[in-house]
Design a protein around this ligand. Structure first.
Ligand SMILES: [Zn+2]
Length: 234
């Protein structure tokens, strides 16, 4: 594949297969993308192509500003405008993963934020996973996928999108992101795990309380930020 986006496409191809391998994809409901801010482009899975036949050269490369296809013969994922909206609004987001993974989608459908009940959650998300507002009928009838991005952006608000790198779109499903597409995949996997754990925790104790904020901050800080000490030095 002799093109200028070989590395970017390769990363997005690998991320899409990882999301499937992690068991997060129901049918073809799932897409991963990455953005290269230096080149001013984003790359995303093509629409409706089965994972079994997906090849790196099928990954569609788009202009970040205009959304026009720059490289690739396939039509991009129908969720592309949601991804582009988030890249445009939040300069620290470098990768996005959307799935309909069962446990996180259940919380999105219940329209309940996932509270931070323990350290598994706090290692990846500094607080509860929020739910977006419902889209209006006009938003659904209009530029639906872009408005989905607007609703997620509203939910993030002025917060740092990398402190809680996920949101549940009301009555739809989870979006997770990260500084890179690899981080976005990790966060999507973590989100599904903490959603399943939260469901089970509330089945054992419907009154289960959120973890102590001090514990949440300690766990988040030891993996992220300037004082991080979890894992091996880079
Ligand atoms: Zn979806």
């Amino acid at each position: 594949m002799a093109d200028g986006y070989r590395e970017l496409r390769g990363a997005v191809f690998a991320a899409n297969l990882e999301v499937v391998g992690a068991g997060l994809v129901v049918l073809t409901f799932g897409n991963a993308s990455a953005c290269d801010r230096g080149a001013g482009v984003a790359a995303i899975k093509p629409s409706g192509v089965s994972y079994a036949e997906l090849r790196p050269e099928d990954i569609v490369v788009l202009d970040l500003a205009s959304g026009e296809t720059i490289a690739g013969d396939r039509r991009p994922s129908s969720d592309t405008p949601t991804h582009l909206e988030l890249y445009r609004r939040f300069s620290t987001i470098g990768g996005i993963v959307h799935t309909h993974s069962a446990s996180a989608t259940a919380w999105a459908q219940a329209r309940r934020p996932i509270p931070c009940l323990g350290t598994t959650h706090a290692d990846h998300f500094r607080g509860e996973i929020p739910v977006t507002r419902a889209l209006t009928a006009a938003e659904i009838a209009g530029d639906y996928e872009r408005h989905t991005g607007d609703a997620i952006a509203e939910t993030i608000g002025d917060g740092d999108p990398l402190e809680v790198p996920a949101a549940l779109v009301a009555s739809h499903g989870p979006f997770a992101w990260g500084a890179s597409v690899e981080e976005a995949v990790t966060n999507a996997v973590a989100l599904e795990a903490v959603a399943a754990m939260a469901t089970e925790t509330f089945s054992l104790d419907p009154e289960a309380a959120s973890a102590d904020p001090v514990l949440i901050d300690r766990h988040f800080a030891r993996k992220h930020g300037p004082g991080a000490y979890y894992g091996q030095p880079r």
